[in-house]
Ligand binder design. Structure first.
Ligand SMILES: [Zn+2]
Length: 367
């Protein structure tokens, strides 16, 4: 009886075992699929992460030609330190990290005569951290005046800049007077996770030039016309106005943030990265800036057809630096905007038509 039962049960068991095998096959397939997907996304994430780390900061430099750095004038401020910090969760954590680091830098400043100016700039214009340690106090006050003027003329631009700081020169910034440095990766969570990131957007002032008492002469020579050519910088450029140039970059950057309705300032979470990166890319590759100069040229040309043969001539009427090219030979359109702003700042109604037309469009985009 038993054997018979066994025999009778056999096909059933076989069927059951087949079902089990099929199920196991399916499970293995699903597991494999999951494995491939997770390895893939891990590799993708690491690549994206590494890609970013390979180029963690972008900047537009204001350079001056034929003036080598002496290395004589140095600052105690270190603007480019980076941190790993797991405790940053909110925008205010990010701000505190930036502020605390700046306060540490201030403690290292041997004899800071600019503490009051730094504090005023921080509170009036919502710049998180200002480090002007060794700068001539008169010059520091001139910079404050530049900012008074700009922030009054363009309300609502506060809070997009984390730092205004001195920097030490090295070979890579040979010739650089100052820079607008944005998307600088200041802090990440532990390396395996990465996010959230704390980024800095900062105006950095090269101590090699800005602490040099000869700076006014150097700039004067660079804004002098030779023959019929425009000068390197707009006419009447001075040591305060070269800082205004950097604010031209800042205004362009803020206008893009406003137009794309970017909410992030200094804290970038993983889920917000791609949105923020889209904005940074449009700024970095110059599409935003070119849009502004194109629109200004069209506006001008419709009022004064043929006054300039083409957009290049229109831009070149501002200064030689307004048509600067990058290492690959492409125009840096954001320099056109910064120089137009620089020209209007220093020359007002007497600025080049192109400068005034460009600043008009920029102002419109800041509303
Ligand atoms: Zn510039």
């Amino acid at each position: 009886m038993e054997e018979k039962n066994k025999e009778e049960k056999l096909p059933e068991e076989k069927e059951k075992r087949n079902v089990y095998f099929e199920l196991i096959d399916k499970l293995v397939l699903v597991a494999l699929l999951l494995f491939v997907v997770s390895v893939g996304s891990f590799v993708y994430y690491r690549l994206e992460y590494k890609l970013y780390f390979a180029n963690t900061s972008y900047q537009y430099d204001t350079t001056i030609i034929d003036t080598p750095v002496t290395g004589e004038f140095r600052t105690s401020v270190e603007y480019d330190k980076k941190y790993v910090n797991d405790n940053v969760q909110t925008e205010s954590d990010a701000l505190n990290l930036i502020i605390n680091e700046s306060e540490e830098q201030k403690k290292k400043c041997p004899n800071n005569n600019n503490l009051e100016v730094e504090k005023r700039i921080q509170s009036k214009f919502k710049v998180a951290a200002v480090n002007l340690c060794e700068l001539d106090p008169t010059y520091a006050k001139e910079i404050e005046k530049v900012m008074d003027h700009i922030y009054k003329e363009y309300p609502g631009i506060e809070g997009y800049m984390s730092n205004l700081t001195l920097m030490n020169s090295n070979n890579s910034n040979n010739g650089t007077l100052a820079s607008f440095n944005y998307f600088f990766l200041f802090s990440t969570a532990s390396r395996s996770r990465g996010y959230p990131w704390v980024i800095k957007n900062q105006i950095i002032l090269n101590s090699a030039y800005l602490l040099d008492p000869n700076l006014p002469i150097t700039i004067k020579n660079s804004s002098r016309r030779v023959g019929n050519d425009t000068s390197w910088f707009p006419a009447n450029a001075n040591r305060a106005s070269i800082v205004a140039h950097e604010f031209g970059h800042y205004l362009s950057f803020v206008s893009l943030n406003k137009n794309l309705n970017i909410q992030e300032r200094f804290l970038i979470k993983k889920m917000n990265y791609s949105n923020y990166n889209k904005m940074v890319t449009a700024y970095k590759n110059g599409t935003w800036a070119k849009g502004i100069t194109d629109e200004a040229y069209e506006n001008y040309n419709s009022k004064h057809p043929g006054r300039y043969e083409n957009e290049y001539e229109f831009r070149a009427s501002i200064s030689q630096y307004a048509v600067a090219i990058d290492g690959r030979g492409n125009f840096i359109y954001d320099e056109t905007i910064a120089e137009a702003f620089h020209d209007c700042y220093v020359n007002g109604d007497k600025a080049a038509d192109a400068s005034r037309e460009i600043v008009k469009v920029l102002k419109e985009r800041l509303k």
